[in-house]
Design a protein around this ligand. Structure first.
Ligand SMILES: Nc1ncnc2c1ncn2[C@@H]1O[C@H](COP(=O)(O)OP(=O)(O)O)[C@@H](O)[C@H]1O
Ligand SMILES: [Mg+2]
Length: 311
């Protein structure tokens, strides 16, 4: 796969003197779903806004499908659809007019059949004659997505697409995203909902304090950093971990009623079988057992935390 977005050595200092991006290098592959994960204030919106030409870039280069965002602004922008974090729509227009107008802005010839499909995919078809100000917040957000797709962009940016969005819209949105991906559209979304990245994204980039601290395939990240936990509900409480088991990563919880065994997700079941055998040898019985895998959320919190504390 070739890179459809190439960001190299990009920094950004706002006029206030605040540096929001530091030497960002990020290459997005054509056709992938990429999640930019980071806490509030990490620089996600700044980064997206620069690529989309809304915020002036600092030093560094940004190429969109080979077009330099400074020298070749219009060509770069025409390849991009942006659903911004904040709702902003022309309140007095109808849904139909505003979406068609967006398409025209990019010099695309009218294509009512295409616009109809976009509106239907977003359950907006019945609302096409309504003025935007009459719509609910959720419907307005759907209009923002329709506007972003109006000119058939090759790249779609979704900035915090599901923050404060209802379940139905979230589901519609992810169906739409999957459909777009099948048609070869590259999708970049920012989020701090980790489950979303975990479920949707091919790759994840973690940004914190204006720096990209990691870019990885979502699966690899989970495998590499994921940990598993085995929780055993003991038949009788223990006062302490028996000396004969002190070599294992065991912790007692719940007033000695629960024994927790942490292990690396890459290691196989043999560890667990060995543990259970050794518990048996010690005469420790259990009533129930559960396993838990660390989520991307745990990994993410660890990463950002370690970065801050310099571990
Ligand atoms: N126009 C601006 N002027 C000064 N500082 C800004 C401006 N826009 C954003 N910032 C600051 O830059 C940092 C990154 O903001 P932003 O890119 O919106 O982060 P995110 O989208 O990850 O929450 C924040 O500390 C924010 O306060
Ligand atoms: Mg933001």
């Amino acid at each position: 796969m070739s890179d459809i977005i190439a960001i190299d050595g990009l920094s950004k200092t706002y006029e206030s003197g605040f540096t929001a991006l530091r030497d960002v290098n990020l290459h997005i592959r054509k056709g992938e779903i990429f999640a930019l994960l980071g806490p509030n204030g990490a620089g996600k919106t700044t980064l997206i806004s620069i690529v989309c030409g809304i915020v002036n870039p600092g030093p560094g280069t940004v190429l969109v499908d080979g077009c330099d965002i400074r020298r070749d602004y219009r060509a770069a922008r025409s390849r991009i659809g942006l659903v911004p974090q904040e709702l902003s729509t022309d309140a007095f227009e109808t849904v139909w007019a505003t979406v068609n107008f967006s398409r025209g802005l990019f010099g695309k010839p009218a294509d009512p059949a295409y616009v109809e499909k976009v509106l239907r995919d977003l359950s907006l078809w019945d609302k096409r004659k309504d003025k935007i100000m009459a719509l609910s917040g959720g419907m307005k957000r759907r209009v923002m997505i329709a506007k972003a797709l109006a000119h058939e962009p090759a790249i779609l940016f979704l900035d915090e697409p599901t923050a404060g969005v209802d379940v139905e819209l979230r589901r519609d949105m992810w169906n739409l995203v999957r459909g777009l991906r099948e048609r070869g559209v590259t999708i970049i979304l920012t989020t701090h909902y980790i489950e979303e990245a975990e479920e949707m994204a091919d790759r994840v980039g973690v940004i914190s304090g204006g720096e990209i601290i990691l870019v990885e395939h979502t699966r690899t990240l989970m495998e590499k950093l994921g940990r598993k936990e085995l929780r055993l509900q003991l038949a009788a409480p223990l006062e302490a971990i028996p000396a004969g088991l002190s070599d294992l990563n065991l912790v007692l919880e719940g007033d000695g009623h629960e024994l927790v065994y942490g292990f690396d997700a890459r290691h196989d079941q043999a560890d667990v079988a060995g543990l259970l055998r050794r518990l048996g040898e010690q005469g420790i019985e259990f009533r129930d057992l559960r396993t838990r895998e660390s989520s991307l959320e745990d990994i993410f919190v660890d990463l950002v935390h370690n970065r801050r504390t310099g571990d």
